[in-house]
Design a protein around this ligand. Sequence first.
Ligand SMILES: *Cc1c(COP(=O)(O)O)cnc(C)c1O
Length: 418
Amino acid sequence: MSKKPFITKEQAQQIIKEFPTPFHIYDEKAIRENARKLNQAFSWNKGFREYFAVKATPNPSILKILKEEGCGTDCSSYAELLMSAKCGFKGHDIMFSSNDTPLEEFRYAKELGAIINLDDITHIEALEQACGIPETICCRYNPGGTFSISTDIMDNPGDAKYGMTKEQIIQAYSILKEKGAKKFGIHAFLASNTVSNEYYPTLAGILFSLAVEIKEKTGVELSFINLSGGIGVPYTPDKEPNDIMIIGEGVRKAFEEILVPAGLGEISIFTELGRFMLAPYGHLVTTAIHEKHIHKEYIGVDACAVNLMRPAMYGAYHHITVLGKENAPCDHVYDVTGSLCENNDKFAVDRKLPKIDKGDILVIHDTGAHGFAMGYNYNGKLKSAELLLREDGSVVMIRRPETVEDYFATLEGFWEVI
Ligand SMILES: *Cc1c(COP(=O)(O)O)cnc(C)c1O
């Protein structure tokens, strides 16, 4: 199997005339189709809603597209809340799933009427002192231990800083009820980037059973269950993508088996997906500007880890297509590098690719989520533009590239000195 870019070489050449590389580009049509499919997969649940994890792709144009598809936003900082508010998300359109939260962020979230998701039991008191307990409140659960599906260990919640233990969360609902909260939710994020149709149904089973236990022990009947993020995408071309229809059906089955018999069949299901909503629908487009033959073969490109940090940070695989050479044999082995003075600034290591010539345009795949967003300014490198490929085939710039003026903007008096 191979990954096919959503732009051709000819399209890229046209775009580059106006917007030089490197840039991120997003595919509006595919984003909408995927969002509709998610909504369809959970249409059996009356109150279903996806709250897009803003941190994955914090761009107002992207948020507006998802808003039109019925999504809310999931925020965990002041700036993300502000961006959501600016894009017209109101009240319960916004989920505030933060941790280690400054009080002023709780205050702002409450002012916006967002659903506040408490990461820790001590946050009950903090919230009460900061701005009072809202009528609707959510708590984040961490069961500890490892999270497995059959015999596969998927992730390690016992090592994760998030959420409350079971004892704490049960106590939290009792306290919150006493303090006047009226509507309650539960949230958990137990494994990241799962490429398995079993993750959500397994997680749902755990949370649904806990919902029943919470009802028995505290009398609190949950109104919503937030399955959070974690549905992944296949970064490598050999992996099968998740089937969201099968996932939705798996969650429905657990719902019917556990919640309905317990008289909890009115609960709404929420999701907080980031990667699944956007990753495959973004490319980082970059030009080969240098080749180097020393102990290994290197291709230097005009993007670097500042534009996409995942390979440097996690050793993550991102597939690369050399535009116009889609069908050429992959008979060369390259490290594809950026220009940072860090040897981990490599988009690919020992990658089999077609022969790359200077001037070739490379598409780095699956950069639509946690791509541009993780960017930084190391080595004085500037962040790139973000472009949107509209449904009609036109391309618009939805964020301009950074300039040195932006880079120096926080240094008071910088330009006067020189
Ligand atoms: C990051 C995050 C998400 C989204 O995670 P993905 O892996 O992108 O789906 C959802 N909820 C919370 C609280 C997060 O921190």
